[in-house]
Design a binder for this molecule. Structure first.
Ligand SMILES: NC(=O)c1ccc[n+]([C@@H]2O[C@H](COP(=O)([O-])OP(=O)(O)OC[C@H]3O[C@@H](n4cnc5c(N)ncnc54)[C@H](OP(=O)(O)O)[C@@H]3O)[C@@H](O)[C@H]2O)c1
Length: 265
């Protein structure tokens, strides 16, 4: 008789904190988790959009949704947000570090302030929130940290240089934590979407970039399937898996001009 595979599915219970919940992937993650029965903490800057989502979550799924409008690039504001979570006695079982943005252009002409904010959001805030919430998860021997990286993290990306580098950081950081947390009851997952139909392109400054896109629903599905098998990383979609694999094995000098073309409208 064939041996039965152990059930490694991750029990989705408790409360999830989702950053970047006001639109795109973050909104879809929050709705998915509420539908699965979790309470949610919604974090982003656009207060009205967060409240509108909180209403949907409480009315349609009967879950509690706490809105904490925060500019995550602002360190004191970020600290105040985590203190608010703790002081309200909210226990974060699933942390989705999803907020992020990119900047298109030649590096030497990029707005210096925007570059710093990009690194602060994509890398520093993600690291800071993980450092804050991971110890509690480890103590309780249950939890998940889901860090949204990108297929952009598989190769340097000319004219999206800071973004590509920031997503390489997310991949490397998350994979190291996956190993550190193995056998603890806590899972850490790096999620690599390719082009996905959200406001991301418009916010990057290039609304027409990468027109062949997958849906946010597909990315969310890939994420939780991967979490259930305790994957180290998930790349959403077969074409994205193929291009990411190719980018990892083809010499960087060959990949660079191809990657440059991806950022063209
Ligand atoms: N769409 C794609 O093609 C794609 C591909 C690979 C990876 N990704 C990654 O997926 C993640 C989600 O992006 P998306 O596609 O859903 O794009 P999006 O619709 O532009 O969502 C970005 C989210 O981040 C939040 N955010 C931006 N700056 C913030 C700040 N300073 N403080 C707090 N929140 C902030 C935004 O909310 P507010 O404006 O309300 O603050 C928004 O909710 C990002 O990390 C992105 O890099 C996207």
């Amino acid at each position: 008789m064939a041996e039965k595979r152990p059930d490694r599915s991750f029990p989705l219970v408790g409360t999830a904190l989702v950053t970047g919940a006001s639109s795109g992937l973050g909104r879809h993650y929050a709705e998915f988790l509420a539908r699965a029965g979790l309470d949610v903490i919604l974090v982003a800057r656009r207060t009205e959009d967060l409240h509108e989502l909180a209403d949907v979550i409480s009315q349609q799924y009967g879950r509690s949704a706490t809105v904490l409008p925060t500019d995550l690039t602002d360190r004191p504001a970020r600290q105040a947000m985590v203190e608010e979570v703790d002081s309200r006695g909210l226990r974060v079982d699933v942390l989705i570090n999803n907020a992020g943005f990119g900047t298109q252009g030649e590096f030497a002409t990029m707005d210096p302030d925007r570059i710093i904010r990009e690194i602060e959001l994509n890398c520093v805030a993600l690291t800071d929130l993980t450092r804050h919430f991971l110890p509690g998860m480890l103590e309780r021997r249950h939890g998940a940290v889901i860090n949204v990286a990108s297929t952009a993290g598989f190769q340097p990306w000319p004219t999206m240089s800071v973004y590509g580098a920031s997503k390489s950081y997310v991949r490397s950081f998350s994979q190291a934590l996956w190993w550190e947390t193995r056998n603890t009851g806590v899972r850490v997952l790096s999620v690599c979407p390719g082009p996905t139909d959200t406001d991301w392109m418009a916010n990057t400054g290039s609304p027409g970039m990468l027109p062949r896109r997958r849906t946010p629903e597909q990315v969310v599905q890939s994420t939780f399937r991967a979490l259930n098998r305790d994957a180290l990383e998930v790349i959403d979609g077969p074409m994205n898996r193929l291009t990411s694999f190719a980018a990892s094995v083809v010499p960087t000098r060959v990949v660079l001009p191809i990657a440059r073309l991806w950022a063209k409208e």
